[in-house]
Design a binder for this molecule. Structure first.
Ligand SMILES: [Zn+2]
Length: 213
């Protein structure tokens, strides 16, 4: 039973991020869809596979939570996504190893619109420090409407490494993103990092849209 509602709750009633039901940030029904577990898939770079660990299976509810976090900066949604990244990292660390967390950069236009570097902030929000190695070398299209082969083409050679960080050669790294779908983004990031001499242990994401292969 709820006894006292805070003043802000009276003015801005709390609704579920998944279904908009009044009451709490995420209701018990939507919690079933956004429930941290661990899913292990693989990406490929330079003909070698690397592990990808994800916490939540992508669903219509998960899509709403990711959008609320990514596009609207809703704090309660950031909390859920950051916790899912942290969960994937715990399993990854236990089973694969420890490395510096390298965020997948958002497209420059998107970062400007959002007023923040999304994955960097989520990593920091989980109490960890991102190692900003990757940047977009050229404009890429929004991936969401592209097929797997189009995505690979869209991203081929898209990432560059910050030249001031190349001295960090042979450092173990783990790539971080919010969602893995076809794996093309993670594969391209791994390729760029491997080519620059970094040791890519694998990747972690909050959500997994479908098996990479
Ligand atoms: Zn709900």
């Amino acid at each position: 039973m709820r006894s006292h509602g805070s003043l802000s709750e009276l003015i801005f009633p709390v609704r579920c991020l998944g279904c908009r039901r009044l009451g709490i940030d995420i209701c018990a029904t939507c919690r079933i869809d956004w429930n941290n577990h661990i899913y292990r898939t693989f990406g490929v770079s330079q003909n070698r596979s690397f592990p990808i660990y994800s916490s939540v299976i992508y669903s219509p509810i998960a899509s709403k939570i990711l959008l609320a976090s990514k596009e609207d900066g809703v704090l309660a949604a950031d909390t859920l996504v950051a916790a899912s990244i942290a969960n994937a990292r715990i399993y990854f660390q236990k089973e694969i190893g420890t490395g510096h967390l390298v965020p997948i950069p958002s497209r420059k236009k998107a970062s400007r619109r959002r007023g923040r570097m999304y994955i960097n902030e989520l990593i920091e929000y989980s109490g960890m420090t991102p190692l900003d190695l990757l940047s977009h070398r050229r404009a890429v299209r929004d991936q969401s409407t592209l097929h797997a082969d189009q995505r690979a083409k869209n991203l081929s050679g898209a990432f560059g490494i910050d030249p001031t960080k190349l001295l960090l050669h042979d450092v173990p790294v783990i790539i971080v993103d919010d969602l893995v779908t076809t794996g093309s983004t993670l594969n391209e990031a791994a390729r760029a990092l491997n080519a620059a001499g970094f040791r890519v242990l694998g990747a972690i994401t909050a959500c997994l849209a479908k098996p990479v292969r």
